[in-house]
Write a protein of this length. Structure first.
Length: 378
């Protein structure tokens, strides 16, 4: 048996959802290039495409949007439960707990019933943003506000979060960010979702386990750490020194590197464009100059090893300009990635076998039991 740490290069499933060419820097959902989706589609349309496999007709899209709009509200029991969460807790932990709690309300494990599947998809896509916004207000000591039926998906999320109707450019940029983050083949959280799905548990448990996996700093959580790193660097002239020190100490540069891409992540290039659109309209962020200096200086240091900016490098700067607090960056990634997780949940169930890999045992064999009084103190 050959051990493959991190399962690098080990195919564990077949999938027709998302295709990455890590050498050319290309990403497609269901065959459509990511840049085309980000400019022409909406998040809900892209979610439909990912989950059901094809672009919706106008009637299918209207029905899906209406269903999502109808299910945005949270039960008062979920809101009351969230009010008991510590205000100092991380919003990803609040989201994981709240998402899991939906299983208490809706679980019937009827995962071979198309109506149950459609309803679960709609509920999760509809309620996850409301949960993120609700926790934000609750931790400030306020009551969550109700969704507004006249606002589309992303505009409504910003409204629930900030209590103000957002500028249309801000809402469109957020919607485009959600498209970019919606799916990325067999990343850690999606693998987690598929492993959980393979036990035939309910979709709320599938999403809750994926949220927990996304939270880590090697995965979705890196977007928070990027801003912290840029602030530590402070000014563009200090970027090179910071990079050299970090590389000498074998520290990771947050927002850089990717298992699949050996070039700049195409999503990072698009997010950089979105950031510039926002800066042109709402004013610059001085950390953007620092980020550009990090990318430029990292080129000769890390580029030859195929280490370039990934999706998390510029996303934080975009969210910051939208007025979103730093610890909500990863929950926003989760709002979007729910679409990909659900697509993989359905795909996993369509040809399921429980995940049960093997291991190479390296522990002791055949030890002799010693009574407690015979054991030496260590
Ligand atoms: C996401 O998989 C996905 O698709 C994920 C994602 C998605 O959409 O779902 O794209 C979202 O998770 C983006 C990644 C966010 N994480 C970070 O930005 C954290 C910093 N990056 C890394 O820790 C790392 O690059 C990973 C976790 C992204 C990838 O890890 P791998 O493939 O296991 O690579 P590795 O850690 O084994 O590194 C290989 C080599 C090492 O050097 P050597 O020991 O071989 O000399 O590359 C070096 C690493 O030290 N390296 C880095 C680096 N990333 C890799 N060196 C400095 N800075 C970095 N960021």
């Amino acid at each position: 048996m050959v051990l493959k740490p991190g399962l690098e290069g080990v195919p564990v499933t077949q999938s027709s959802i998302c295709d990455i060419d890590g050498i050319k820097g290309e990403l497609r959902y269901r065959g459509y290039p990511i840049a085309e989706l980000a400019s022409k589609s909406s998040f809900l349309e892209t979610a439909y495409l990912l989950i059901w496999g094809n672009l919706p007709s106008s009637q299918e899209l209207r029905d899906f949007e209406n269903a999502v709009q109808m299910h945005r509200r949270l039960s008062f029991r979920v809101r009351d439960m969230m009010k008991c969460f510590p205000a100092t807790g991380h919003p990803m932990d609040a989201l994981q707990s709240s998402a899991a709690s939906l299983g208490l309300f809706y679980s019937r494990r009827a995962i071979d019933n198309p109506e149950y599947i459609y309803d679960a998809v709609v509920r999760l896509i509809a309620k996850i943003p409301t949960m993120v916004a609700a926790f934000q207000l609750i931790r400030k000591g306020q009551d969550p506000i109700q969704p507004r039926d006249d606002l589309p998906y992303s505009a409504n999320f910003l409204y629930m979060l900030t209590e103000r109707e957002p500028d249309p450019l801000a809402a469109r940029v957020l919607d485009r960010c959600l498209i970019l983050h919606a799916e990325h083949s067999l990343n850690a959280s999606t693998f987690s979702a598929r492993v959980t799905a393979s036990t035939l548990t309910d979709p709320y448990a599938v999403i809750a386990s994926a949220v927990g996996t996304l939270a880590g700093p090697l995965h979705g959580g890196a977007n928070e750490d990027v801003i912290a790193m840029l602030e530590t660097i402070g000014t563009p002239d200090k970027a090179n020194n910071y990079l050299n020190n970090a590389i000498a100490q074998k520290s990771k540069i947050m927002g850089f590197g990717h298992r699949e891409y050996k070039v700049k992540d195409p999503r990072a290039s698009l997010l950089q464009e979105f950031a510039e659109d926002l800066f042109a309209r709402f004013g610059k962020d001085e950390m953007y100059e620092v980020a550009k200096a990090v990318e430029q200086n990292a080129g000769p240091l890390l580029g030859p090893r195929g280490i370039y900016p990934n999706v998390d490098f510029y996303s934080g700067l975009v969210y910051r300009k939208l007025g979103i607090p730093r610890d909500l960056f990863t929950p926003i990634f989760a709002i979007s990635r729910v679409a990909g997780w659900l697509a993989h949940w359905r795909e996993q169930l369509s040809a399921n076998r429980i995940f049960r890999p093997t291991q190479i045992y390296t522990g002791e064999k055949n030890r002799t039991w010693k009574a407690l009084e015979e054991r030496a103190n260590n």
